[in-house]
Design a protein around this ligand. Structure first.
Ligand code: CP
Length: 307
């Protein structure tokens, strides 16, 4: 592949290859000397048109640990503010010969469009409600390490699915790896067409969580609810927030995941999120650096092969 735009374009073998390579970087990242030179001589530009903590920091660290020259564009301070378009901005940077462009954008499809215009490899760091492929890959690595496999698991994806690129990428990835997926949330936040991906849909959390191996919580994305239904946080927590009582319906060894950023007390109980016996939220963050190192290395191999 030339770009990493979505899970949709990856085969199960591609997914396994990325996760296997990422495992080697988990080990590297735990050493005191965290350096490799597989991206040495290459230029990576990070363009985030939407806020980020985890994805931006981990892509930057991933590039630096692999020896790339990494530049973070400050989009708030860029000429986008003077009306320059996304494509003109991308073409301007393209003329400086980057090798890897990491892009987050609020509009679904914006990253695919940009990838058609530039000469370098593009990695989608989240586009609107469409895809967040490296998040799904880091979630997959976390699940595989915790459960010892990435197939035939019962996985619940819970909450604000309608606005979530994380849910969409996970649904595609976990489906490709032959897991049983349940989507749990209020009908207004679980679009019916998502059942077409082969998932079972529940609006009762207690029913949906029965016997699952993995409970993946999602953030209530109020900023994407343009004028539609906005649930009260108190009511939402009561019905759809994950607490110990609801988690008690899942398997005894079920893991709790959340991509972050979290709304404590809205979609998840804060003490449960911090409970290292159940929650793998910090491992997800750790896996994020390793997965992004692996994804960039694989794209760089293609770039070097093409040169
Ligand atoms: N999970 C995730 O994408 O987090 P950020 O928005 O902080 O990058």
């Amino acid at each position: 592949h030339r770009h990493l735009l979505g899970i949709e374009q990856l085969s199960p073998a591609d997914i396994t290859a990325i996760l296997d390579l990422a495992e080697t970087y988990v080990d590297l990242n735990r050493q005191s000397a965290k350096h490799s030179d597989v991206l040495s001589g290459l230029t990576q530009i990070n363009m985030f048109f939407e806020n980020s903590t985890r994805t931006q920091a981990s892509f930057e660290l991933a590039g630096k640990r692999l020896g790339a020259d990494v530049m973070n564009m400050s989009m708030q301070a860029s000429s986008i503010k003077k009306g320059e378009t996304l494509i003109d901005t991308a073409m301007t940077l393209n003329a400086m010969h980057p090798d890897l462009l990491v892009v987050r954008h609020p509009h679904s499809g914006a990253v695919d469009l940009l990838a058609q215009k530039v000469n370098c490899a593009v990695l989608n760091a989240g586009d609107g409600r469409h895809e967040h492929p490296t998040q799904a890959l880091l979630d997959a690595l976390t699940i595989r390490r915790a459960k010892g496999r990435l197939h035939r698991l019962n996985i619940a994806i819970c909450g604000d699915i309608a606005h979530s690129r994380v849910a969409r990428s996970n649904l595609i990835l976990l489906g490709k790896m032959e897991n049983r997926i349940r989507l749990i949330g209020p009908p207004t936040l679980v679009p019916a067409q998502f059942a077409a991906f082969g998932a079972e849909v529940y609006d009762d959390m207690r029913e949906g969580l029965k016997d699952v191996d993995v409970v993946m919580m999602l953030r209530l994305q109020k900023e994407r609810m343009d004028g539609g239904f906005i649930p009260s946080e108190r009511e939402y927590y009561h019905r759809y927030g994950l607490d110990r009582e609801k988690l008690g319906l899942a398997k005894a060894d079920a893991i709790v995941m959340h991509p972050g950023p979290m709304n404590r007390g809205v979609e998840i109980d804060g003490t449960l999120a911090d409970d290292i016996n159940r929650s793998v939220i910090q491992e997800q963050v750790e896996m994020g650096v390793a997965v992004r190192m692996a994804a960039m290395e694989l794209l760089a191999r293609n770039l070097r092969g093409a040169a």
